[in-house]
Design a protein around this ligand. Sequence first.
Ligand SMILES: *Cc1c(COP(=O)(O)O)cnc(C)c1O
Length: 249
Amino acid sequence: MISLGNDDQLDGGDARAAELAQRLGVVRRRIEAATSAADRTDQPRLIVVTKFHPAEDVRRLAALGVTDVGENRDQEAASKSAGLAGVDIRWHFIGQLQSNKAKSVVKYAASVQSIDRLQVVDALGKAIAREQDATGRSDLDCFIQVSLDNDAGAHRGGAAPADVEVLAEKIESAAGLQLSGLMAVAPLGADPEAAFEKLAGISEALRAVHPSAAAISAGMSQDLEAAVKFGATHLRIGSDILGSRPAVG
Ligand SMILES: *Cc1c(COP(=O)(O)O)cnc(C)c1O
């Protein structure tokens, strides 16, 4: 048996906690190796994507030192975060967002990483203003999701690179919204290094106008090394930590 080295953090007899600890350790070592291979001194932030997995897993991850989780459906995220109100963890919304969900998302999300159109910025701006009036919550960190697909029928979502600047202006002009940077998903079947190199170029152009919008959220289980190589500041890792998800229809 390998030693997990952190047995004191595990609930007695919780096999799932032990499994998560082991898988999380593997991913953390991959991130460290990729970071040093890229000669980077800054460590990217790990967002563990917990979609389709129970709230109890989020609690276990928090006990293992995870500080950030990602969810892609409002209903699921709202109910999990409500059930874990006492757990010190930041929630990131990373899925396709309908404008009518903005009101709900600003109740629990530290960031929305999937902003891809002006209508969503409008909705989030209004929702955060109301929420800040009511609760005094902090500003919402906003990432523009950019499409790295070459064809127009971008099935992995995101704004066209040419539309990033107008979205950035709109976010910057809304009180309560902070422009963090960009998010992207590597196109299926394409070389992730080429995709993330392109993303780094789009980020550079954005930072020329908005110097503080330096975040790059890129890299999933399959391609985190490529993302780290091309400057990702946030990684969104799901299946390599939590195991496979049930297929969605
Ligand atoms: C599900 C998801 C992830 C995590 O993907 P894995 O391959 O499970 O690591 C990352 N980003 C987004 C936008 C997702 O929807």
